[in-house]
Design a protein around this ligand. Structure first.
Ligand SMILES: Nc1ncnc2c1ncn2[C@@H]1O[C@H](COP(=O)(O)OP(=O)(O)OP(=O)(O)O)[C@@H](O)[C@H]1O
Length: 309
């Protein structure tokens, strides 16, 4: 659906925000572009959407060059920015209909109705934007971006600064769009968002795509999860029968640390099996917590991987 070739962007102040980016997005996938603040995520999607000119390289949208064949390329794309701007007094219906007009497409009330219904905004069509909740406003942004029936939708940090409930709601909305056949590219800081949503993840750092991988394969390779179990009575050594779980003693025998990454699970150890085995040897657990590799950890392991011969 999208092909990015040798894309570089140097801003007028000399700052190079994108360095020789190559990227292919398949039709119908959800692709997450993951990276820390200032990595170049917004710059990359702005160049793909034709809002910022590249210094070098090119972008094809369904085969249309986004500079030479701008109109065709742009009409295939919807962009959901981070925030609504200056339209507080406009109604939902008007703002979404107006967006469609910007693409030079004829009025199509039936399509606007379908978009508003699919985002559960139909009941609110006559409300002014200032009367909407945060979640509804985010959905209006998506409705605007869908008003001209694009085939590919870019979401720039769709869940930045929203609470957990709204984040889940947004994830549902995005999945629903994918099910309708829309190709989705989203940017995020949150590893769990990328893991939850994306078919593939691209990691961008200092303007370079350092990795593109199937989400499952990436988490398998780099992500690890740790379960720490606080035990009632300190243990001097690990009971023999727990050997197969690859546990480590910590906190002077007061805690057991279990790393349950995908590799371990393939070896036959599971959390429920571990808990059953603990019960069988009479080890009582009084508290537990889990820890997941953060994006930071993944970056560190990527950097280490690159340094190793
Ligand atoms: N118009 C501009 N002129 C100069 N530098 C810019 C301009 N726009 C962005 N940059 C710089 O390019 C780099 C990448 O910015 P970008 O907004 O693409 O990052 P991002 O990954 O989207 O970050 P965030 O997660 O914070 O949104 C940053 O260092 C930023 O300061």
């Amino acid at each position: 659906m999208i092909r990015v070739e040798g894309l570089s962007k140097t801003f007028s102040d000399g700052f190079q925000a994108l360095v020789d980016v190559d990227l292919t997005i398949q039709r119908g996938e959800i692709f997450a572009l993951l990276g820390p603040n200032g990595a170049g995520k917004t710059t990359l999607i702005s160049v793909i959407c034709g809002l910022v000119n590249a210094s070098r390289g090119r972008v094809l949208v369904d085969g249309h060059d986004n500079v030479r064949d701008y109109r065709a390329a742009r009409s295939l794309i919807g962009l959901v920015p981070q925030e609504l701007t200056n339209e507080a007094f406009t109604t939902v219906w008007d703002t979404v209909s107006f967006s469609r007009g910007l693409f030079g497409k004829p009025k199509d009330p039936a399509h606007i109705e379908q978009v508003l219904r699919s985002l559960t905004l139909w009941e609110k069509r006559n409300s002014r934007l200032l009367e909407l909740s945060g979640g509804m406003k985010r959905r209006v942004l998506i409705a605007k971006a869908l008003s001209h029936a694009p085939q590919v939708l870019f979401l720039d940090e769709p869940t930045a600064g929203v609470d957990v409930e709204l984040r889940r709601e947004m994830w549902e909305v995005v999945r629903g769009l994918r099910d309708q056949g829309v190709t989705i590219i989203l940017t995020t800081h949150y590893i769990e968002e990328a893991e939850e949503m994306a078919d593939r993840i691209g990691v961008i750092r200092r303007g370079e795509i350092v990795l593109v991988e199937n989400t499952h394969a990436l988490m398998h390779k780099l992500g690890s999860k740790e379960l720490t179990l606080q035990v009632d009575e300190p243990l001097e050594a690990l009971p023999e029968s727990l050997a197969g779980h690859g546990l480590a003693l910590a906190d002077e025998g007061h805690a057991l640390v279990y790393s349950y990454d995908a590799a371990r699970q393939e070896g036959g150890s599971t959390i429920s099996g571990l808990l059953a085995d603990l019960e069988a040897v009479g080890v009582r657990v009084k508290d537990l917590h889990t820890r997941q590799s953060s994006l930071e950890d993944i970056f560190v392991s990527l950097v280490q991987e690159r340094r190793s011969p």
